[in-house]
Design a protein around this ligand. Structure first.
Ligand code: HEC
Length: 161
């Protein structure tokens, strides 16, 4: 139906502009989700990263799932004292009792970047984006784990006592 006069089309224009701005807003929110977030700054002190990477406390049950999941793949190289994990590797030391052997701050550095302690380590740096080789394009600029996931894994490892 054709519009008569200027008023309806002005309304239409405003609606169109509003919709466009709304779309722009949605698009920028989406872009914010997919753009690689910069790493949280952290400081290595001795063999530790003493400060948490994010304020939200780590969740051990999420950390347990992350450790066994495909991104972190910790169980490719480590065993954990969990009877429901049938396939576990022995390239790295067993993680049973690691929560007694190492503090949260020591565990954090091992997850963030084990190569700080042993440049020849087989263990991947889970929270580093520089100095990596053969990174697939979709992972460029992104750490393997988010800051929150690192804290979740640290919280889980602390339960292994
Ligand atoms: C490709 C093999 C590999 C993967 C994957 C791996 N690690 Fe390791 N990890 C090692 C090795 C090897 C060591 C022994 C120290 C070294 O060589 O740096 C180690 C050491 C550790 C240590 C110190 C243990 C101790 O008793 O001193 C912890 C904790 C640890 N890894 C946790 C993890 C967690 C959690 C993940 C997954 C997020 C993981 N590792 C993934 C190979 C691996």
């Amino acid at each position: 139906m054709p519009f008569a006069g200027g008023a309806p089309s002005a309304v239409l224009m405003r609606t169109a502009v509003g919709a466009y701005l709304g779309w722009l807003f949605a698009a920028s929110v989406l872009a914010g989700c997919v753009a690689p977030a910069p790493l949280a700054p952290y400081k290595v002190v001795g063999d530790t990263v003493p400060e948490v990477l994010v304020a939200t406390p780590g969740d051990p049950s999420r950390g347990r799932a992350i450790s066994a999941g495909r991104d972190a793949n910790c169980l490719l190289c480590h065993s954990v004292p969990e009877s429901d994990q049938p396939f576990m590797g022995d390239i790295g030391p067993p993680l049973a009792g690691v929560g007694l052997r190492l503090s949260a701050a020591q565990l954090r550095l091992r997850i963030v970047d084990a190569a700080v302690l042993n440049p020849d380590t087989a263990m991947p740096p889970y929270y580093r984006v520089s100095g990596l080789r053969n990174v697939a394009a979709q992972y460029a600029g992104k750490p393997i784990l988010t800051a929150q996931q690192v804290e979740d894994v640290v919280a889980y490892l602390q339960t292994l006592r």
